[in-house]
Design a binder for this molecule. Structure first.
Ligand SMILES: NC(=O)c1ccc[n+]([C@@H]2O[C@H](COP(=O)([O-])OP(=O)(O)OC[C@H]3O[C@@H](n4cnc5c(N)ncnc54)[C@H](O)[C@@H]3O)[C@@H](O)[C@H]2O)c1
Ligand SMILES: O=C(O)C(=O)C[C@@H](O)[C@H](O)[C@H](O)COP(=O)(O)O
Ligand SMILES: [Zn+2]
Length: 355
C-alpha cells in the first residue's frame, strides 16, 4: 500500500494506492461527510465494480447514476442529465458524489460536483490506468464541446482518491496502452530516471505485474501531486502536464471524440512535440528515438492521422487553453526529464512536421 498527499493551501487530500482496496467494506465512510452518497458510473464499469463501491460506503444511503460509456458522452447534454437526476432525488449540499470509472466519468462527475448547488464534495475511484495516474488527481474537471476538448469546466479538487490496482486486470489492452502514454509523459517532462526505469521495466508493465504497476502508478501520482501543489490552477509550471496535448486535443476533436482514445492522441502529440524539440536543438536524435520507441513498445501511435495537415491542426490549436495574446504556447521537451512552455515554435518547423 502507498499513500500520497496532495498538499494545497486549501483542500489538501490523500491518494491511497492498494491492491484489493475496493474489496474492503466501508473504507470510504471516513470520506463521506453527510448521510448520502451518489455513485456516478457507466454501463461498462457498473457490472464490474458497482457492488464493491456500494459496500465501500458502509451504512451511508447510496444512490447510483449510470451513464452510457464513451468520450462522446463527456458532454454538456450528459452534464444536464446528471444534474436533473440529482435534483429529482433531492440530493442536498451535504451529498458526496463518487466517480467510479475512467477519466470520462471522473471529469464529468467532478464538473457536476463543482457546480451542483455551487459545489458538493466528491471522491474519485479511478478504474483505468489513465485515470489512476492522471485524471483523478489535480482537480481539472470538464466536459468537451464539439469545437474543443475540455472547453467547459472548473478546477475543483476531490476529497479523496482511492486507487485499487486490481481493476487493471479487466481493462482492455488498448485502454491500458492509452494510460501508458500519460505514464511515459511524466518521465519526459519531470523525471529522466523514471523514463529509464520505464524502458527497463516495459516487459513487466506490459504483463501488468502488480508490484511494478504499483511503483509506476505511485511515481506518477507523486509527480502530479508535486506539480499541482506548486501550481494548482496552471499559472505556470502545471502546463508541462500538457505535453503532447496541444496536438493531441486537435486530433481528438478533428476525428470526432472517441475515435482516437485520449492517450493515443497524446502519444502521437508527444512524438510531434519531440520532433519539434529535435528541430529546435533541444532533443538529440537518439533521445527522440527513445521516446518514439517506448511509446511504440506499448502499441501506441507515433504519428497523427494521415488525413490531418498543418491547417487541420492549427484550426483546433488556436483555441487551445494555453493560447496567450493570440499565440499558441507549446510544451516542448528539453532533454528527457524536463520540458518548457514556449511560444517560440516557428511556423516553418510546424509546417515541416505537420505537413
Ligand atoms: N482531469 C485530468 O487531469 C485528465 C487527465 C487525463 C485525461 N483526462 C480525460 O480523461 C478521459 C480519458 O479517460 P480514460 O482513458 O480513463 O477513458 P474512459 O473513461 O473512456 O475509460 C476507457 C474505457 O475503459 C472502460 N473501463 C473503465 N474502467 C474499466 C475497468 N477497470 N475494466 C474494464 N473497462 C473499464 C470505460 O468504460 C471505457 O470504455 C478523456 O476525456 C481525457 O480528456 C483528464
Ligand atoms: O492535469 C493537468 O494539468 C493536465 O494537463 C493533464 C492532462 O493529461 C489532461 O488531459 C488534462 O485534462 C488536459 O487539460 P486541458 O487544460 O488541456 O484541457
Ligand atoms: Zn491527458
Amino acid at each position: 500500500m502507498s499513500s500520497i498527499n496532495v498538499e494545497l493551501d486549501e483542500r489538501s487530500y490523500p491518494i491511497t494506492i492498494e491492491t484489493g482496496l475496493l474489496q474492503q467494506p466501508g473504507f470510504l465512510v471516513p470520506y463521506i461527510n453527510g448521510p448520502q452518497a451518489v455513485i456516478i458510473t457507466n454501463t461498462t464499469v457498473a457490472p464490474l465494480y458497482l457492488s464493491n463501491a456500494v459496500r465501500a460506503c458502509g451504512n451511508k444511503q447510496v444512490e447510483v447514476i449510470e451513464l452510457p460509456d464513451g468520450e462522446q458522452f463527456k458532454s454538456l447534454a450528459q452534464f444536464e442529465i446528471v444534474m436533473t437526476r440529482l435534483l429529482e432525488m433531492n440530493a442536498a449540499r451535504d451529498t458526496t458524489l463518487i466517480a467510479l470509472g475512467g477519466g470520462v466519468i471522473g471529469d464529468l462527475c467532478g464538473f457536476v460536483a463543482a457546480t451542483y448547488q455551487r459545489g458538493v464534495p466528491f471522491i474519485q475511484i479511478p478504474t483505468t490506468l489513465l485515470a489512476q495516474v492522471d485524471s483523478s488527481v489535480g482537480g481539472k474537471t470538464a466536459v468537451n464541446h464539439p469545437l474543443g476538448k475540455n472547453m467547459i469546466g472548473a478546477f475543483y479538487q476531490p476529497k479523496y482518491v482511492a486507487i485499487d490496482v486490481n481493476v487493471i486486470n479487466t481493462l482492455p489492452e488498448r485502454e491500458f496502452a492509452a494510460g501508458m502514454a500519460e505514464v511515459i509523459k511524466y518521465g519526459i517532462i519531470y523525471d529522466g530516471a523514471f523514463f529509464d526505469w520505464l524502458e527497463t521495466n516495459q516487459q513487466s508493465l506490459r504483463s501488468h505485474q502488480a508490484s511494478v504497476l504499483i511503483e509506476a502508478i505511485s511515481r506518477c501520482c507523486q509527480i502530479k501531486a508535486d506539480v499541482v501543489a506548486q501550481d494548482e490552477k496552471e499559472g505556470g509550471l502545471r502546463a508541462i502536464l500538457n505535453l503532447g496535448h496541444t496536438f493531441g486535443h486537435a486530433i481528438e476533436a478533428e476525428q470526432g471524440y472517441g475515435k482516437w482514445l485520449h492517450g493515443e492522441a497524446v502519444a502521437a502529440g508527444t512524438v510531434i512535440a519531440s520532433q519539434v524539440a529535435q528541430c529546435m536543438g533541444w532533443l538529440s536524435a537518439s533521445e527522440c528515438r527513445r521516446i518514439e520507441s517506448l511509446l511504440a513498445a506499448f502499441g501506441l501511435p507515433v504519428c497523427g492521422p494521415e488525413s490531418m495537415d498543418y491547417h487541420a491542426y492549427v484550426r483546433h490549436m488556436v483555441r487551445d487553453k494555453k493560447v496567450e495574446a493570440g499565440k499558441i504556447r507549446f510544451v516542448i521537451p528539453k532533454g528527457i526529464g524536463r520540458a518548457v512552455v514556449t511560444k517560440d515554435v516557428s511556423d516553418t518547423i510546424l509546417r515541416q512536421i505537420l505537413g
